[in-house]
Each structure stands twice: as structure tokens, then as C-alpha cells.
Write a protein that binds this ligand. Structure first.
Ligand code: ADP
Ligand code: 5GP
Length: 207
């Protein structure tokens, strides 16, 4: 049976641990293809162009929008972020589970375009721990941290639109939980319509 790739959207407040979780998930399991977004934000120390993001100018980003080269894009805390179309389409066709680590506006656009996308929301164990992680990362100014925490208050209003939440308390446990949910999602009837139809035909042929 042909196993189709699932488009997996992972969102969560800034500092919840999405990047850390995704890195570990793709290290441990080899069926995942992690999409690399384009962004106009400046790289953090240690980030490399083409690894964490494709860092582009606002002008280059707007050209990609005009060329319809992005499956979705959104503005988050004054910067553009968007998902390259080619990567997503190619890897889904090859049967890989494609992971988009994107914020909520983009997630909802993806759900509109790909109704069988799986939407996951990563939560920290508490708001205080989120604050600690975001400050502890040491990559944003106090002002940007405040802006991101304010954004988290708004994002928290949309959590029910997701299929599952996962709590990132212990990192390894959370990676296993994510993998378990994605694995189970492959077995829903809606994602196996061809196989079910084939079985029905065979059964009718046996009568
Ligand atoms: P996001 O991508 O959601 O903004 P990061 O992956 O950058 O978040 O994680 C934010 C900070 O929290 C990083 O310093 C990271 O090392 C730390 N972190 C991530 N997951 C955990 C965890 N389960 N326990 C403790 N610290 C964590
Ligand atoms: P950061 O600046 O912390 O790397 O990312 C800020 C936010 O942008 C995060 O919520 C992240 O998930 C989101 N993001 C990253 N890439 C994309 C993308 O391609 N599209 C959208 N809509 N959001 C993205």
C-alpha cells in the first residue's frame, strides 16, 4: 500500500521549544522532512542561511509572494515568514511527512489549502517556564521578549483550532509523543480512502 505523506503543522508560543523539538524529531526518525522557511528577520548568533531559515530582504520576500513561490506566509512581530512551495510539494509526493514549524495565521491558511493537514500546538508546562526559556535563550532583547509574550496571549486564543496539543516539559517524552500522534494520524479512515475503497471492491468481488 502506498503510504502518503502527511503535512504536519507545528505551532506554539515563542520559546515553547518548537525548534529544539523539531531538531530532535528529525534526528531520531528518518521519515520527516523539515521545511525551511524564508524570513526577513536577522539571523541569531549560530543560525546559518539555508539551515534554520533562508534569510532574505523584504524586497526578495515580496518577489517570492508575487511569484506564488510560497504556500503560505505571515507577518510576525514586524517580520515576514513564509513556506517555500516546491519543498512541500516534492516531499509530500515522495511520501515523507513534511513538518512546517509556523505560527498560527500560517497554520490556518495551510488548513484551508490542505484540509487533511495535521495541526499540533506545543505548550510549555507553565507561563513562568515559557518566560524563563525565552529569556534563557538569550537571543532577543527585553523589548522583543515582551513583544513575543504579548503575541503569545493572542495566539493562546486560537489553540482549539488545532488537532492536538503537546506539552513540552521533558524534551524526550515530548518528542515521543509527537511521533506517536503523527504515526497514529496515518491510520485515520480519511487518510486511507484508497485502501478502504479497494477493500470494499475486493469484498464485493468475493460475494
Ligand atoms: P521556539 O523554537 O519554540 O521559540 P526553542 O526551541 O528556541 O523555542 O527553545 C527555547 C529555549 O528553551 C531554548 O533555550 C531551549 O534550549 C529551551 N528548551 C526547549 N525545550 C526545553 C525543555 N523541554 N526543557 C527545558 N528547556 C527547553
Ligand atoms: P522565530 O523568529 O522565533 O524563528 O519565529 C517566529 C515565529 O514565526 C514562530 O512562531 C515560528 O513558528 C513562525 N514561523 C517560522 N517560519 C514560518 C513560516 O514559514 N510561516 C509562518 N506563517 N510562520 C513561520
Amino acid at each position: 500500500m502506498n503510504r502518503k505523506g502527511i503535512l504536519v503543522v507545528v505551532s506554539g508560543f515563542s520559546g515553547a521549544g518548537k525548534g529544539t523539538l523539531m531538531k530532535k524529531l528529525v534526528q531520531e526518525y528518518d521519515n520527516y522532512a523539515l521545511s525551511i522557511s524564508a524570513t526577513t528577520r536577522t539571523p541569531r548568533p549560530g543560525e546559518e542561511n539555508g539551515r534554520e531559515y533562508f534569510f532574505v530582504t523584504r524586497e526578495e520576500f515580496e518577489k517570492r509572494i508575487a511569484d506564488d513561490a510560497l504556500v503560505e506566509y505571515a507577518c510576525y512581530c514586524d517580520n515576514y515568514y513564509g513556506t517555500p512551495r516546491d519543498y512541500v510539494e516534492q516531499h509530500l509526493e515522495q511520501g515523507h511527512d513534511v513538518i512546517l514549524e509556523i505560527e498560527i495565521q500560517g497554520a490556518l491558511k495551510i488548513k484551508g489549502k490542505y484540509p487533511d493537514a495535521l495541526l499540533l500546538f506545543v505548550m510549555p508546562p507553565s507561563a513562568a517556564e515559557l518566560h524563563r526559556r525565552l529569556s534563557g535563550r538569550g537571543t532577543e532583547t527585553k523589548e522583543v521578549i515582551e513583544q513575543r509574550l504579548h503575541r503569545a496571549v493572542q495566539e493562546a486564543q486560537g489553540i482549539e483550532k488545532y488537532d492536538y496539543i503537546v506539552i513540552n516539559d521533558d524534551l524526550d517524552t515530548c518528542v515521543e509523543e509527537l511521533h506517536g500522534i503523527i504515526t497514529a494520524a496515518h491510520n485515520t479512515p480519511l487518510r486511507n480512502e484508497e485502501f478502504i475503497e479497494k477493500m470494499r471492491m475486493e469484498l464485493e468481488g468475493e460475494e
